[in-house]
Write a protein that binds this ligand. Structure first.
Ligand code: ADP
Length: 217
């Protein structure tokens, strides 16, 4: 099952994607995590992505399509994958559909995590993130050792600074929100998930939405 997670920054795609991936036993492919790892390692991809990410802008479609192509062709994705934040523009949705069609597959489900702007800003500006496993935490100061014990330190992501947050929300409205209509009009109905509330409640809503997609197919 190929599942695309959509939603504004801070809606919880990463957290929910992780939990759904574990439940379904398929990998989660998070382009943001891939880029941050590449930045950390100082690879050419990281150097290219960093200039866009720090401002809260999108990395060019051509870069994303290369990553998506590799990700869906990898043996780990044979049973499916959860694409977390990996489709953020209509050309990316089109490119992914073409890639999948060429190997006889398709996007099976699209989940849209929804939360209001005040809540998104509150979440993004109050979180710290492990510089190794990328897990976000609430209520822990920058510099704290990662509670997961992976040797990482919690940092405030550069794109979680107020100016970049506002830009990310604008970019979402302008470039990513149209992806929702694109899927709806291409026969892949978008399942809207209320992303406010306890993490476990949101996961239960998402799992239920996926079940209804599976039953319908
Ligand atoms: P968020 O979804 O909270 O904004 P992510 O960690 O998923 O954060 O992504 C961080 C950054 O990585 C984005 O702001 C963007 O610069 C870049 N990025 C990730 N995925 C994509 C994509 N599919 N298209 C363009 N840029 C992307």
């Amino acid at each position: 099952m190929i599942i695309v997670l959509l939603g504004p920054p801070g809606a919880g795609k990463g957290t929910q994607g992780e939990l759904l991936a574990a439940r379904l036993g398929i990998p989660k492919i998070a382009t943001g995590d891939l880029f941050r790892a590449a930045v950390r390692e100082g690879t050419p991809l990281g150097l290219e992505a960093k200039q866009f990410m720090d401002r809260g802008d999108l990395v060019p479609d051509s870069v994303i399509l290369g990553i998506l192509r590799d990700a869906i062709a990898s043996p780990e994705s044979a049973r499916g994958a959860i694409l977390d934040g990996a489709v953020r523009t209509v050309p990316q949705a089109e490119g992914l559909a073409e890639e999948l069609a060429s190997i006889g597959r398709r996007v099976d489900a699209v989940l849209l995590f929804e939360a209001n702007h005040a809540e998104l800003i509150r979440r993004l500006s109050s979180r710290t993130t492990c510089d190794v496993c990328q897990t976000p935490f609430r209520g822990l100061e920058p510099g704290t050792a990662c509670p997961r014990g992976d040797g990482g330190r919690l940092i405030r992501r550069q794109d979680d600074e107020p100016e970049a947050i506002q830009n990310r929300l604008n970019v979402y409205e302008e470039l990513t929100a149209p992806v929702v209509e694109w899927y709806d009009s291409h026969g892949i109905p978008v399942q809207r998930i209320d992303a406010i509330g306890e993490v476990t409640d949101v996961t239960a809503r998402a799992a239920q939405a996926l079940q209804s997609v599976q039953l319908a197919s």
